[in-house]
Design a protein around this ligand. Structure first.
Ligand code: SAH
Length: 267
């Protein structure tokens, strides 16, 4: 039988692994096993170094993040690295913060690998929004307060249409949805203005920075106070913003302190 010549037989594989929000104990067992079995790890910048340390001592670790003053590694270069390593027979783990399919460009990477014929699989991680609300003992849905939840990015792809905050506010109000906004801190003034067109000024908001890590902090405020609170309390990235009536449960906590208050968690 004729077998077509394949110039680059694929021997290895790639696993996109969610490293969770930061706390190493929030890693899944499946993620841990994949990390331990990897011969090459491509690591995003929000991944806790304690998780990278779980890899085999022989594994090659390549950091492809943009923090720490380094420029972000272009996505095309990351994809090329994955492909090359897999074709060399490596067991590649692409380690991403949170869940690989939540604002992590995981979909693009899977598509690229599949097109190239590289075996690829995905291991979930706990996404930052889920960890953030769990740390406050707040649910995202509630039979009386929220019938669903929208996960939204505050940072649309450059050149694309921006996020339609008035539309999201109207939908959240009409359908009683909680909003969880990722990458929204730097544009919180625009987000606030857009959301105020459809949601009441008194809608509770929580900003949670470094969720699940010892340095976690959070701010509780109303939608009307959002931008001032972020500025006054110097909330920075990485943080998620939760908007909705599900936060009512912690109103009592907020009333014990000043209206705009930051709480530092005991580590
Ligand atoms: N895939 C990731 C999200 C990547 S986008 C996930 O599922 O969590 C990066 C954004 O995620 C940050 O700007 C921030 O909004 C959020 N984020 C990631 N880790 C966080 C953390 N520990 N605490 C709060 N927000 C976090």
């Amino acid at each position: 039988m004729y077998t077509p010549f394949n110039p680059s037989p694929v021997l290895g594989r790639v696993t996109l692994v969610g490293a969770g929000p930061g706390d190493p104990e929030l890693l899944t067992i499946k993620a841990l096993k994949a990390i331990q079995a990897a011969s090459v790890l491509l690591v995003d910048d929000l991944v806790n170094p304690a998780i990278v340390a779980m890899a085999a001592p022989t594994a090659r670790v390549i950091h492809v993040g943009k923090r720490g003053g380094c420029k972000s590694t272009p996505q095309s270069f990351i994809e090329k690295l994955m492909l090359t390593a897999a074709r060399e027979g490596e067991n590649v783990v692409r380690l991403k913060g949170g869940d690989p399919f939540m604002f992590g460009r995981g979909g693009e990477e899977v598509a690229h690998l599949q097109e190239a014929g590289v075996p690829v699989s995905v291991v979930n991680g706990i996404t930052a929004g889920l960890a953030a609300v769990a740390s406050l003992n707040v649910p995202l849905t509630h039979r009386d307060q929220a019938h669903g939840v929208l996960f939204v990015t505050g940072h649309a792809r450059p050149g694309s249409a921006g996020i339609d905050w008035p539309c999201l506010a109207a939908t959240a109000a009409r359908c009683r949805l909680t909003l969880v906004v990722y990458m929204g801190v730097s544009s919180c003034a625009d987000i606030q203005a857009g959301l105020l067109t459809g949601l009441p000024a008194q809608t509770p908001v929580a900003l949670i920075q470094n969720a699940s890590l010892p340095q976690q902090r959070h701010v509780l405020c109303t939608l009307a106070q959002l931008h001032d609170s972020v500025r006054e309390q110097q909330i920075g990235s990485p943080a998620v913003m939760v908007v909705g009536e599900v936060l009512q449960g912690i109103n009592a906590l907020r009333e014990q302190v000043s209206p705009v208050a930051a709480f530092r968690f005991a580590s």
